[in-house]
Design a protein around this ligand. Structure first.
Ligand SMILES: Nc1ncnc2c1ncn2[C@@H]1O[C@H](COP(=O)(O)OP(=O)(O)OP(=O)(O)O)[C@@H](O)[C@H]1O
Length: 253
């Protein structure tokens, strides 16, 4: 993996807007994500996180706004922009009748990777615990196993920028620890991880910066300890997003 020019943002989002009919999912959202770090995007359900990450991955043309990946504009310089990316998003289809190794080989072939992909595939399968079921077909995978093979696919070509939507959802604690270590190694080697998460603990522990989004806008952005403002990120999140006490449910008594 080549190390970034540290003066160019790994991902730059400018005035991103996404409408779905009458729903304004993302509302003139701007972010500048520096290279060489793990960057968290947090927000309540429906905040616009997945929609923003989908646009960053080039999977949906936004209503308006611009996205640059390592300086390459996703609209006008799409091939070079996408070449920087490894992505893990729910809902992307996989070749269901292949094993994990076969899927990785297939991906390596499509990308025209040299033979070094094999060693990386072995490492990833081992670290993610997928080597324990070498003959299992993707169609037989659990939700967590799908997440893991998607992460392996995202990393196989050693991209500079990983964009991960909820990487820890449906992942057991031991596997989560392994994934955490893989992601911190990626950042320590000069790569960038952009991830959405509801797990504040992980974001606090591993991300250098965080954006809190709600209603398709950035409420606050900055170094995690500054955003947490002397408390925990979880406390700050609830304070920013607002949580009304749940009224007593009479039918429970
Ligand atoms: N394909 C779509 N068509 C219509 N509306 C959509 C579509 N995708 C997202 N939305 C709407 O856009 C808004 C933002 O959704 P999004 O999935 O980006 O939120 P999120 O922050 O990722 O939420 P969560 O934490 O629940 O995953 C929501 O109101 C959602 O209903």
């Amino acid at each position: 993996m080549q190390v970034f020019d540290s003066t160019i943002p790994a991902v730059e989002v400018t005035d991103l807007t996404q409408r779905f009919g009458t729903v304004l999912a993302v509302d003139r959202l701007s972010l500048s994500i520096p290279p060489g770090m793990c960057y968290g995007i947090v927000g309540p359900n429906g905040a616009g996180k997945t929609t923003t990450l989908t646009a960053m991955c080039g999977l949906r043309e936004p209503t308006s706004g611009a996205i640059r990946i390592a300086g390459h504009d996703l609209r006008t310089d799409r091939v070079n922009a996408l070449a920087q990316l490894g992505i893990m998003m729910d809902g992307l289809s996989l070749p269901e009748r292949l094993t994990a190794t076969e899927v990785l080989r297939y991906s390596a072939g499509l990308r025209g990777l040299d033979d070094s992909w094999r060693a990386r595939a072995d490492d990833l399968l081992e670290i993610l615990g997928l080597d324990a079921a070498p003959r299992t077909l993707i169609v037989e995978y659990s939700t967590g196993m799908r997440k893991k093979i998607n992460l392996a696919l995202a990393m196989l070509h050693r991209p500079r920028v990983l964009i991960l939507d909820e990487p820890f959802e449906a992942i057991d604690p031991v596997s989560a620890r392994s994934i955490e270590q893989v992601l911190t190694q990626h950042a320590a080697a000069g790569g960038t991880v952009v991830m959405s998460s509801h797990i504040m603990d992980f974001v606090e522990r591993n991300c250098r910066r965080v954006a809190v989004v709600a209603g398709g806008r950035v409420l606050v952005e900055g170094p995690v300890d500054e955003v947490a403002a002397g408390g925990t990120l979880n406390e700050r999140f609830v304070e920013l997003v607002g949580a009304d006490p749940v009224r007593p449910l009479k039918w429970l008594t």
